[in-house]
Design a protein. Structure first.
Length: 145
C-alpha cells in the first residue's frame, strides 16, 4: 500500500482518493477507520453514561444477556448486543474470541497455544483471556500466521 500526502495552501478541505485494483477487505478496513475515526462506544458506569474511544477498549464480554466493556482499569455496561459490536468493530481490529467475547487485537501483549488448540491471550492489563478452538484460526489469520 502506498500513501501520498499532497499538502498545499490551495486546498480548502481534506479530500481522500483511494486508487485500487479491487475494493478488498483491506480497502474497506481503511475506509471504515477513516469514516468512524471519531465514533464513540457508549458505556454505563455508576449510573453515568460515558463515551469511550474504541482504542481504549480491551474487550467486550457478555454475561447473562448483559454486555460489558473492559478497559485497562474499569468495566462499563453497554446497551449494545455482542453481534452489534462485532458488526460495528469487525474491520477495526476487533475479533470474536468466544461465543461471549470480542477482543481488541491491538491490546494483546502475548499469545500462548495450548495442546487442545485453545489460545491464551495476555492483555495489556495483565488479564488472561481465552480464544476458543473455533475462533483461534481467525485470530491466526488476522495476525498473518
Amino acid at each position: 500500500m502506498k500513501i501520498v500526502i499532497d499538502e498545499s495552501e490551495q486546498y480548502d478541505d481534506v479530500e481522500i482518493i483511494i486508487k485500487c485494483k479491487k475494493c478488498d477487505e483491506t480497502v474497506l478496513s481503511v475506509l471504515s477507520r477513516i469514516k468512524t475515526e471519531n465514533e464513540k462506544i457508549l458505556g454505563i458506569l455508576d449510573e453515568k453514561t460515558y463515551l469511550l474511544n474504541e482504542q481504549d477498549i480491551l474487550y467486550f464480554d457478555s454475561v447473562d444477556k448483559r454486555c460489558f466493556i473492559y478497559t485497562k482499569d474499569k468495566v462499563y455496561e453497554t446497551p449494545l448486543r455482542l453481534y452489534e459490536i462485532e458488526k460495528l468493530l469487525r474491520l477495526k481490529g476487533f475479533f470474536r474470541a468466544t461465543k461471549s467475547s470480542i477482543i481488541n487485537i491491538a491490546k494483546i501483549e502475548s499469545i500462548q497455544s495450548s495442546f487442545n488448540s485453545v489460545l491464551t491471550l495476555e492483555m495489556e492489563n495483565g488479564e488472561n483471556l481465552m480464544v476458543s478452538r473455533q475462533y483461534a484460526p481467525i485470530l491466526k489469520e488476522r495476525l498473518g500466521e
